[in-house]
Design a binder for this molecule. Structure first.
Ligand code: TXA
Ligand code: MG
Length: 326
């Protein structure tokens, strides 16, 4: 797959363009598609390299966890574990502008990169006939942030998407203007108390009515949630050193492009022996987790070039290396 720059962007129209859009997704390509909220920039959520290309196309400075879009609750329950509250919200608002963040199911296939390494997954069934038809035709979860370049407003028309992403995605599936215009409401159902992580298309009042209880005040949600709950990124438990030039017998090496291939270590994973930043991004979170569990006292990360997705990889590594509790 090419890096997302100077790609020929195909304009597809639903329903004729649906099979082609699904083929592009299956080949690891990017397809922008309409949902009822905003246009999404979709890729096969189970393919780490396809997901890495989303971040590259958006020019995201860091790897935020992405929403995995599925056609129905049954598909969602293969990806995540739904407690009673999550199921009640899904039954009340899906298809619709609600994203549920739930623990990853043992059968979950969404790639670690799309989850930013977390053991939770954001799931949504969009209420748009074109989105649902695409999800059914493709048959796997589709990871999709809003289809805009980082720092720009979310697109509600195919023309907005083209303005931002033409030349950076394989296809734009035109389904007309979107109806809701604001993103989905995100609710975390990770324990007995659901929490609104982001206000959006479904109101707090509607959510509280469906649950039959009031929720913690969303104004202060980030502040009042226990440390760790709001962490939107996986962090290893072992100390991590950046831009390492040498190994050590008790250390695990997170290598890139074979730079530390001959250094002493307890364990070593090369994010991309070939020096491919897309491949490195796709493998980052699973590699961190494996090295964290390797029994090594610390993790030494080789330098990663600060270009393309290297910027996001370095941002992630810098957060993982920062002292905890700050
Ligand atoms: O309406 C929408 O939600 C649109 C359409 C395309 O579906 N999508 C969208 O995606 O707004 P995005 O990437 O712009 O916002 C996704 C949000 C991020 O703020 C991310 O932190 C949160 O979802 N999120 C996803 N998975 C999460 C998880 N496992 N834990 C916490 N937050 C999560
Ligand atoms: Mg967005």
């Amino acid at each position: 797959m090419q890096l997302p720059s100077n790609i020929e962007t195909r304009r597809l129209t639903a329903p004729q363009g649906l099979p082609e859009a699904a083929r592009i997704l299956a080949a690891g390509g990017l397809v922008a598609f309409p949902t009822e909220t905003v246009y999404g920039l979709g890729a096969d959520a189970t393919d780490g390299e396809a997901v890495a290309r989303i971040y590259a196309a958006k020019g995201r400075p860091s790897f935020n966890p992405l929403i995995a879009h599925v056609p129905d609750l049954a598909a969602a329950e293969r990806e995540g574990i739904f407690n009673a509250q999550a199921r009640a919200l899904a039954l009340a608002f899906w298809p619709g502008p609600l994203t549920l963040v739930v623990p990853v199911a043992p059968t979950g296939a969404v790639s670690p990169l799309a989850r930013a390494g977390l053991e939770s997954v954001g799931l949504r069934v969009p209420a748009h006939p074109v989105a649902l038809a695409l999800l059914r035709a493709f048959g796997k979860p589709v990871a999709a942030p809003s289809a805009n370049r980082s720092g720009r407003v979310s697109p509600t028309e195919a023309a907005h998407v083209a303005g931002d992403l033409a030349g950076r995605v394989e296809a734009i599936l035109d389904g007309g203007p979107t109806e809701v215009g604001v993103e989905s409401t995100i609710v975390a159902c990770l324990d007995e108390t659901p929490r609104i992580l982001r206000p959006g298309g479904v109101t707090r009042q509607a959510i509280e009515a469906a649950l039959g209880r009031s929720l913690p005040d969303s104004q202060g949600a980030e502040a009042i949630i226990a440390p760790g709950m709001m962490q939107s990124h996986y962090a290893p438990s072992r100390p991590l050193a950046l831009a390492a030039q040498k190994g050590a017998a008790d250390a695990a090496i997170l290598d890139f492009h074979g730079q530390l291939a001959h250094e002493p270590c307890l364990a070593r994973i090369d994010l991309s022996p070939a020096g491919d930043l897309i491949e490195a991004a796709a493998r980052l979170f699973s590699a961190l987790r494996r090295l964290d569990e390797s029994g090594a006292a610390r993790i030494l990360a080789a330098p990663v070039p600060e270009e393309g997705l290297g910027e996001a990889i370095n941002d992630r590594l810098a957060r993982a290396a920062a002292p905890r509790g700050l």
